[in-house]
Design a protein around this ligand. Structure first.
Ligand code: NAP
Length: 253
C-alpha cells in the first residue's frame, strides 16, 4: 500500500461519467490509493455529490464537476476548473458512454450522432485538452473505456460497436504518438458488466442467458473493471502502451 501511495499521492485523476457504474468504482479505488479524484457527471448530480462526500469523509480529495463531455466548451470549462482547484490532470479515464441496441434500419441520425458524440468525440476532446500539460510534465496516463463490442460482433449493436471500435483505434494511434512524451494510453474492453447500461438494455432473462454464455458463469462487476483500470494507471503498468485489456470472464474466446 505504501508503494502505491507514493505513486498516487497528489496525482489528479479525472474520471468522465464518474457518477455511477464503472466510473464510480474507478473513482472510489483511485481515491483509496490517494489520488485527488475528479468525478465528472452529466445528469446524476446527486450521485456524484454523495460519491464525493463519501470519499472526503474517508480523508480523500475529490471534486464533482458537471459537464457534457461531447461539448467542446463544457470540456474546456471543466479542465479550467480542475486546474484552478487541484492542478493539471495527471490521469484521465475516458469512461462516460452510452449504448444503443436496435436494428440498424430503425436507427435515426440523432441516435448515430449521440453515440459518436459521447463515445468517441468526448474522449477526443478530453484527450486533446489533457495532453498539453501532460506533455509539459513528460508524464501522464490515459485509459479509454471501450468495450468488447468494439472487438467482436454483436447483433443490434453496430453503431455502438463502431464507436467503441473507433475508440480502440484512436487509443492505439494516440499511444504511438504520445509515447515519446512518457505518456501511456491504453483501453479497457469490458464484456457484460452488471450496471445501468445493461439493465436498461436487457431484461432479467436475457441477462441470465448472457451470463450463461460466459465461462465464469456470471456477469462482471464494476469493481473488477476498476481494478484493471487502476493497474493501467499505476506505476506497475509503465511499459504497457497502446494495449487493449479485455475483461470479460473469458467470453470472447
Ligand atoms: P452507466 O452505469 O450507464 O454509466 C454511464 C456514465 O456515463 C454515467 O456516469 C453518465 O453520467 C455518463 N455519461 C453519459 N453521457 C454523458 C455525457 N454526455 N457527459 C458526461 N458523462 C456522461 O454505464 P457503465 O456500465 O458504468 O459504463 C461505463 C463505460 O463502460 C461506458 O463507456 C460503457 O460503454 C462501457 N462499457 C460498459 C459495459 C457494461 O456491460 N456495463 C460493457 C462494456 C463497456 P450521468 O449519470 O451523470 O448522466
Amino acid at each position: 500500500m505504501d508503494d502505491k501511495r507514493s505513486w498516487w499521492t497528489d496525482k489528479v485523476c479525472l474520471i468522465t461519467g464518474g457518477s455511477r457504474g464503472i466510473g464510480a468504482a474507478i473513482a472510489l479505488q483511485a481515491a483509496h490509493y490517494g489520488a485527488a479524484v475528479v468525478v465528472n457527471y452529466y445528469q446524476s448530480e446527486k450521485l456524484a455529490g454523495s460519491l464525493v462526500r463519501s470519499i472526503m469523509e474517508k480523508g480523500g480529495k475529490a471534486l464533482a464537476i458537471q459537464a457534457d463531455i461531447s461539448q467542446e466548451a463544457a470540456v474546456e470549462n471543466m479542465f479550467l476548473t480542475i486546474e484552478k482547484t487541484l492542478g493539471s490532470v495527471d490521469m484521465l479515464v475516458n469512461n462516460a458512454g452510452v449504448s444503443l441496441r436496435k436494428l440498424l434500419v430503425d436507427t435515426g441520425m440523432d441516435e448515430w450522432q449521440t453515440l459518436m458524440d459521447i463515445n468517441l468525440k468526448g474522449p477526443f476532446l478530453c484527450c486533446r485538452r489533457a495532453l498539453g500539460p501532460m506533455m509539459e510534465k513528460r508524464c501522464g496516463r490515459i485509459v479509454n473505456v471501450a468495450s468488447i463490442w468494439g472487438m467482436r460482433a454483436a447483433s443490434c449493436e453496430s453503431v455502438y460497436s463502431a464507436a467503441k471500435g473507433g475508440l480502440i483505434a484512436f487509443t492505439r494511434s494516440l499511444a504511438a504518438e504520445m509515447g515519446p512524451w512518457g505518456i501511456t494510453i491504453n483501453a479497457l474492453a469490458p464484456g457484460p458488466i452488471d450496471t445501468e447500461i445493461l439493465l436498461t438494455e436487457l431484461d432479467e432473462e436475457e441477462r441470465a442467458e448472457l451470463a450463461g454464455e460466459i465461462p465464469l458463469g456470471r456477469l462482471g462487476r464494476s469493481e473488477e473493471v476498476a481494478e484493471a483500470c487502476l493497474f493501467l494507471l499505476s506505476e506497475k503498468a509503465s511499459f504497457i502502451n497502446g494495449e487493449v485489456l479485455v475483461i470479460d470472464g473469458g467470453w470472447k474466446s
